[in-house]
Design a protein. Structure first.
Lengths: 120, 143
């Protein structure tokens, strides 16, 4: 019975993660859309495994999509060390997401901290 | 809230990182280390929802040599995603004719060689690993 439960749990987890697994997109001739972080962005603490900050100079590259939305991803820092962090555009704002379940982070983003650019 | 990754990914990545220990450091040449820079993300998938990923902009620095074969190894970071989460882990690769192969520092191939278009994996020269910008954002490596 325990084996069946374990297999079912793994199956459900796999199915769930598949929904959120971003698909890589081909690189456009003029490069990927990208976001340059011009000022460190700090995220409120939610969990050890979620990003705590993105350092200045980081580039989040829009090389993947999920649910029809372009995901700009790069490296952030969690309590444990480097971790992937992504952003998606909603309206005129960028929303930051952490973890494979794309938990929405709620940082205070200083004006000009996020600049749209291209990545070759 | 740590995750237990599937056996295959855990085994391969553990071999890739743990195996780096016996490698010999190469002194930095005057012009900097040779390095590999991904201009397009390369994803190595195995089970559904599970993959390893060298992301666009990441740089692997050729600052060590295999202790057994002497082959130059390019080491840096990769993302490992499984059903339960995603982590950034150390990784080493060796160059191959049409791409690269994930290796331990002994030069042991951990997976099949991966073909990559030349434009997606550029050979560059870069300064030392410490402080290296793996996103490709600041202090662009010299190409």
């Amino acid at each position: 019975m325990r084996t069946i439960s374990l297999v079912a749990a793994i199956g459900l987890a796999a199915c769930g993660s598949g929904v959120h697994s971003p698909t890589l997109i081909p690189k456009p001739s003029d490069g990927y859309q990208a976001l340059r972080i011009n000022q460190q962005i700090d995220f409120p603490y939610e969990a050890d495994w979620l990003p705590r900050k993105i350092e200045r100079g980081t580039v989040l590259i829009g090389d993947r999509a999920s649910g029809g939305a372009l995901h700009y991803c790069g490296l952030g820092t969690s309590t444990f060390g480097p971790v992937q962090v992504c952003a998606v555009k909603r309206g005129q704002k960028f929303v930051f997401l952490g973890g494979i379940l794309e938990y929405e982070l709620r940082p205070s983003v200083p004006p000009g901290a996020v600049e749209e650019t291209r990545f070759q | 809230m740590r995750r237990t990754p599937p056996v295959l990914i855990a085994l391969v990545s553990a071999m890739a990182t743990a195996g780096c220990a016996p490698s010999a450091a190469i002194p930095e040449p005057p012009g900097g280390y040779p390095a590999l820079r991904f201009t397009q993300t390369v994803r190595i998938a195995n089970l559904p929802g599970n993959y390893m990923e060298f992301w666009a902009g990441s740089v692997l620095v050729g600052d060590r040599a295999s202790a057994t074969t002497g082959e130059r190894l390019y080491c840096g970071q990769m993302a490992v995603r499984d059903w339960f989460g995603q982590e950034i882990r150390g990784a080493c690769v060796a160059k191959r004719d049409r791409g690269f192969v994930l290796v331990s520092s002994d030069g042991i191939e951990l997976l099949r060689p991966r073909d990559v278009p030349a434009d997606d994996l550029k050979e560059i020269t870069t300064a030392r690993r410490q402080g290296l910008d793996v996103s490709g954002a600041t202090t662009p490596p010299r190409e």
